[in-house]
Design a protein around this ligand. Structure first.
Ligand code: RUB
Length: 318
């Protein structure tokens, strides 16, 4: 990226909140890029002022959406690694740190894809929910290895991210059957795997992903279809090791009720709720595929401890 034309923190935060930038890995990548852009543009005259601006930038990015832990993990990675006695040094180290983060993110996704592809056999049919770049990386690696894969793609109301998945799979010539969410159980009879991504994974192995994932996983278990979660380690939620829960984002009711719908949204007796994510208990998940290997959900906490250690204060609250 040319930092001269890189998006500002403000425009990135707006794009994340409005879901023009969406999906946990893509959000993390954009947040790191925005911190680099902030460092590049900063006119701070002292190291203290530079750090203050960077913390404010991180805080505004942090406050956009609450559920995908890849966002705070990205911000922590960049802020904790930023070092220097002068503004010039701080600028350089922030940009370098953000670039390293983004590179690692790409590499982790490729590596995870290769591992996940080993679970997919030639001729398998995969059912997807929402749009996950980590999940698609597994399918792409399987295709690259010469396997034929078909997909049953859930539309994913209300934002229809399934359409993005369908389009990207069709670009790779994968035969796609698009279904409404309510048809999932019926079509599980045909599927060899359920393959989804994650926004956050808790210490007990619970998977937080697009609303509808938990119902899909329960139905898959009943049908005997294995559930595979593709999630880079940046999706591991370190705060859950100390008992914190993952906040489930509630989005605007207008995503559910369109203007032309025959319902009166001024009626006080009518409540519309629009949770964006849900929690799938570990017993419904067969494998969590990361760039560090595949894990049963119950043992993910070991990896979490190794990678994140004990958590400390948020660098943007300093
Ligand atoms: C996206 C979603 C995706 C995860 C993983 O929700 O739930 O499954 O973020 O995506 P939204 P990725 O559309 O509300 O952001 O694997 O690309 O990180």
């Amino acid at each position: 990226d040319d930092p001269g034309v890189a998006p500002t923190v403000e425009s990135t935060a707006e794009d994340i909140a409005a879901m023009r930038i969406r999906g946990a890995a893509t959000i993390a990548d954009a947040a790191a890029a925005a911190l680099a852009s902030q460092a590049d543009r900063s006119e701070a005259e002292t190291p203290a002022a530079f750090r203050r601006q960077l913390r404010a930038a991180a805080k505004s990015l942090y406050e956009t959406r609450p559920t995908a832990v890849s966002l705070p993990n990205a911000l922590r990675y960049v802020l904790r690694g930023t070092d220097g006695e002068t503004v010039a040094d701080l600028r350089k180290s922030t940009i370098a740190r953000a670039e390293a983060f983004r590179r690692d993110l790409d590499q982790a996704q490729d590596k995870l894809g290769e591992i996940g592809a080993n679970r997919l056999r030639d001729g398998d049919i995969v059912m997807t929910h929402c749009h996950s770049t980590d999940a698609l990386s597994c399918i792409e690696a399987a295709l690259d290895a010469g396997k034929e894969i078909e997909a049953i793609v859930k539309e994913t109301r209300p934002r229809k991210q399934g359409h993005i998945t369908a389009r990207q799979l069709r670009e790779r010539d994968v035969p796609v059957t698009l279904i409404v969410d309510n048809a999932a159980r019926r079509y599980l009879d045909r599927a060899d795997h359920v393959l989804v991504g994650a926004d956050s994974i808790a210490a007990d192995g619970s998977v937080v992903n697009k609303v509808g994932t938990s119902g899909l996983a329960v139905n898959a278990r009943e049908r005997g279809v294995p559930v595979m979660v593709a999630a880079q380690t940046i999706k591991l939620h370190p705060d859950t090791m100390t008992g914190h829960t993952v906040e489930i984002e509630m989005r605007d009711e207008r995503e559910v009720l369109a203007a032309e719908d025959d319902l009166d949204d001024a009626d006080d007796g009518l409540v519309v709720e629009n949770p964006a994510f849900d929690v799938t208990p570990p017993r419904y998940v067969d494998a969590i595929v990361t760039e560090r290997g595949q894990f049963p959900p119950e043992s993910i906490v070991t990896l979490m401890r190794e990678l994140f250690g004990e958590t400390t204060d948020e660098p943007w609250e300093a």
